[in-house]
Ligand binder design. Sequence first.
Ligand code: ADP
Length: 421
Amino acid sequence: MYPFVIVLLLVVVGVAGVKLWNHRRALRRLNRAILGRQSLLREDLPGASGQDWDDLCHQTNELIGEVNRLQQQRTGQLAQLEATLGSLQEAVLIVDSKNYILLANKALQAIFPRAKNILGQRLELVLQSVEFLNYVDAVRKNQAAPQYEIEFLESGRTIWVELTGAMIPSLQADQGAWVLFVLHDITKQKKLELVRKEFVANVSHELRTPLSVIKGYVETLVDGHQEIPVEDREKFLRTIQRHTDRLNSLLEDLLTLSRLESTQPGMKPEPVVLVDLVRSVVEDYRSRPTSADHPIALHADGSIGSLPVDPLKITQVLSNLLDNAIKYTPKGSKLEVRMGVRGSDVEICVRDDGPGIPAEDLPHLFERFYRVDKGRSREKGGTGLGLSIVKHIVQLHGGRVWVESTLGRGAAFYFTLPLRR
Ligand code: ADP
């Protein structure tokens, strides 16, 4: 009797074990199908028979189908969004609730060249800016300013971006809201603003020194003109005169620059025999009482005919360059003006054999108010605007201007004028 019971028990346990093992295998297959979003066939679950398993298989397939449909719908909506935003002039960026980049249009790549193939990457890895990430957080908390300016360092250069951020509903039902950013490159405006601020600061600074000197001396003269000895009074008046002249030339240069930079720079071009014009300017300098201190040699290619230029403005270019060559070189320095044809241009060079200009100053020389030696420039009556005026006039004629110099071995200022315009 006993052995029979034991055998029966073993059979029951064996059958139950096999069933259990089959069900576990079937569950694992189900799991794999769900994760891989692949529909199941009933034969994929051998050993798991019965109505319950049929229902489970059927419902799982329905679920997988629904997930796939939603996924396709989402991909379609994203593609649609991408197509719409991709052609916008404004840069657009969309991140999901975990800061993974979902969309970045072409305009964004124009601002950030490194932002190529960034879809799916985390925002922190692409735009490494703490300020930007703080702004993202603020947008999520609904505490962000409607427009926010951020400075980025992109491939070694600073760019300014105006940001607007807004929450948008996610296209994935199970996810938190996405954030959409519109970025506007305002680097140009920022630079202009900076230049304007610098310019105003420079002008104020330049005006303040002579004005305060004049004010000081005038007050002294007003208060004590009875007691001040005559020779001191004359000294004071001469100082006032010198500083008034300085103010005058500063205002004149500023007016000239502002006219040259305006939409109507007052150009009066006419056919001019350039060699004659250059020669007459050089003759004018040679006839000055101190001309022996700075002898000027002229080498001109006589075949250069007439060019359409504004003679007064080209005279100013030459005068500014010759004045500088005289101001910034010691007595006895030799000057040379050379002109010839280079391709489709006439090239004119004003050279001196003076102390020259340090290499680090050369790229800035044509900027407004840039001086190598501030004290020396002011002492010589310089305004720091002469070369800037030269650059503007030459560019208005369609030419180029540049400087070559080696410290201790003189300086050569070149400009070109196109033969035909
Ligand atoms: P400034 O009114 O000071 O002369 P410029 O714009 O004409 O202003 O010149 C800018 C600066 O360039 C000058 O302050 C001077 O330091 C330098 N510079 C110009 N020409 C020469 C030159 N021939 N040799 C040496 N330095 C020069």
